[in-house]
Design a protein around this ligand. Structure first.
Ligand SMILES: Cc1cc2nc3c(=O)[nH]c(=O)nc-3n(C[C@H](O)[C@H](O)[C@H](O)COP(=O)(O)OP(=O)(O)OC[C@H]3O[C@@H](n4cnc5c(N)ncnc54)[C@H](O)[C@@H]3O)c2cc1C
Length: 500
């Protein structure tokens, strides 16, 4: 029987995962990607002898032992080399002259927290108790096992029963955003430590989950960088017979009688298919390409009310120095703020790519300094190329001065400087406001769902980070699986997945 054709827009992790599951289920797929390489936000680039990683910070559930690993095996992601993380991050509070390592060893972390924050002993114990509780369960697939659209009452009961030991951590006060959870903490450093461990908007349970993965030795960093991770998915997709057209920017989704029938590219060519699946920016697809003809109140509310993750500007330096004693990620609350987009930044995040030889030649290191920043500032500034480049140069200079007073000698050992702004991320992936993870993960988003089908439009689906209430590697890989489960369901076919 002739296979049905599926066009997938975008070869980010979401598009690749979609292609992999579609190929497993006997569809003939082609991915159209505007860039010359796969990965989208999972991007790396070379600067002289240095490899700059502009993507994924850490991975969870990449080893046998958690159910998420089965999905990694299905998409070939398990072949990406990972280095285990013993310390989630170091936190340095220059104001009080104190520091703490967020250790995988929860006993040690608890003792350190008690020593630093004796007044908050009760809160520390509550925080660690919850983290410990979650680390005894496998919640890596909680909420992801099946597409929400296909879950019936009995599936929910089964899901809740299977995760019953973890359920209490996902209810009531556990869903408070970190920004609220910290309100009764006495020590400002403890407050800030929790606020910036991830994002202040996430429910507190999210931090417990992250630290529970760390304590289960299920958190790691990519030894060869984000692009290598994407390449592993691309390899799997191609092995399964999928095709990718690179340097092919999709301009429009073609619709006839409320049915998606193909796409047109910017070069004017037209490509027809039985189904179209978009794995790119949601707003562009729904409101530009499809002109807002296929929405409903729920979708409109999401796009008018939900915020996107604030972008950041990233200063990467290739340095002829080793930083063997540094942990891979350090958060600073600095007394010496750096001006970024006309704002003083006290919270500074540094990554030392000292855990693998793939980022720099022997004896050298890539250091990356990230600052939260305003989207508008960079998007407006980029209209004047000279001013935009000057702002990048000056930011790099201020960052280097700041580093020099904390890591003496750095300044004279710098061989490469690279600055990626929110505009860089947007230009490369076209994600709304340079968002690196889709919608802002709030308690509201956590407990809501985003539809993968649009009302009134048949043969069209969405996957990738805008088809989930929260982006990230794990959700977008699942989004690819879920969208093909939906497609198979709509076609009244059984869904198959094959592990490597
Ligand atoms: C710096 C950074 C750190 C991160 N850290 C983590 C982390 O630690 N853990 C974690 O889980 N996640 C992390 N993420 C998030 C995660 O990488 C993303 O959520 C995920 O990769 C998004 O994948 P996607 O396929 O949905 O979207 P994208 O990666 O945006 O892919 C979309 C693709 O579509 C292409 N495209 C866009 N428009 C068109 C068009 N019109 N025609 C053709 N092609 C088009 C783009 O070029 C792109 O390749 C991080 C991201 C960044 C940038």
């Amino acid at each position: 029987m002739k296979k049905k054709k599926v066009i997938i827009i975008g070869a980010g992790l979401g598009g690749l995962s979609t292609g992999i599951y579609a190929q497993m289920n006997d569809y003939e797929t082609t991915i159209f990607e505007k860039n010359p390489v796969p990965g989208g936000l999972a991007a790396c680039w070379k600067r002289k002898d240095y490899l700059i990683d502009g993507g994924i910070h850490f991975l969870t559930g990449y080893k046998p032992g958690l159910s998420l690993y089965n999905v990694f095996k299905e998409v070939g992601a398990h072949k990406a080399e990972c280095v285990d993380i013993e310390t989630y991050a170091r936190y340095i509070d220059e104001k009080s002259g104190r520091m703490i390592d967020i250790s995988a060893d929860l006993d040690r972390f608890q003792t350190d927290l008690h020593t630093l924050f004796p007044e908050d002993k009760k809160k520390v114990n509550q925080f660690i108790r919850a983290t410990r509780g979650l680390s005894k369960t496998d919640i890596s697939e909680f909420g992801f096992k099946e597409p929400l659209e296909l879950m019936r009452k009995r599936d929910w009961i089964k899901e809740l029963w299977q995760n019953r030991k973890a359920l209490k951590y996902f209810m009531g006060k556990s869903m408070k955003p970190v920004s609220e959870y910290v309100k009764d903490i006495h020590d400002p450093m403890f407050k800030e430590l929790l606020l910036y461990m991830f994002l202040p908007s996430v429910p507190i349970v999210f931090l417990w989950m992250v630290l529970s993965f760390v304590s289960q030795k299920q958190m790691g960093v990519l030894a060869k960088g984000s692009l290598d991770f994407a390449n592993k998915l691309e390899e799997r997709y191609l092995e399964l017979g999928g095709k990718i057209e690179y340097k092919s920017k999709v301009k429009d989704i073609l619709v006839e009688a409320n049915k998606a029938i193909g796409i047109s590219l910017e070069d004017g060519s037209v490509h027809n298919a039985d189904f179209v699946i978009s794995a790119i920016d949601g707003r562009t697809v729904i409101y530009d390409m499809l002109k807002g003809d296929y929405t409903n109140d729920k979708i409109n509310k999401i796009y008018s009310k939900w915020k996107t993750v604030d972008p950041f500007v990233s200063v990467s330096l290739g340095v002829n120095m080793e930083f063997k004693d540094e942990v891979w990620m350090t958060f600073f609350k600095t007394t010496d703020p750096v001006i970024v987009a006309e704002e003083e930044k006290e919270n500074i995040m540094i990554r030392f790519f000292n855990y693998s030889p793939h980022f720099a030649p022997k004896g050298k290191t890539v250091i990356q300094v990230d600052f939260d920043t305003e989207w508008e500032y960079w998007f407006v500034l980029r209209k004047d190329k000279k001013e935009y480049n000057q702002a990048k140069k000056e930011l790099a200079e201020r960052t280097i001065e700041w580093l020099e007073s904390r890591y003496p000698e750095v300044k004279n050992k710098i061989e490469v400087i690279d600055v990626a702004t929110p505009y860089t991320y947007w230009r490369y992936t076209l994600n709304e406001r340079g968002s690196y993870m889709g919608f802002l993960p709030t308690a509201d988003a956590f407990t809501s769902s985003v539809e993968k089908r649009l009302p009134g439009l048949s043969n069209f689906y969405m996957s990738g980070q805008w088809s989930m209430s929260m982006g990230g590697v794990q959700p977008v890989i699942y989004s690819g699986k879920h969208v093909i489960q939906l497609l198979c369901h709509d076609e009244e076919k059984e869904f198959y997945s094959i592990s490597e």
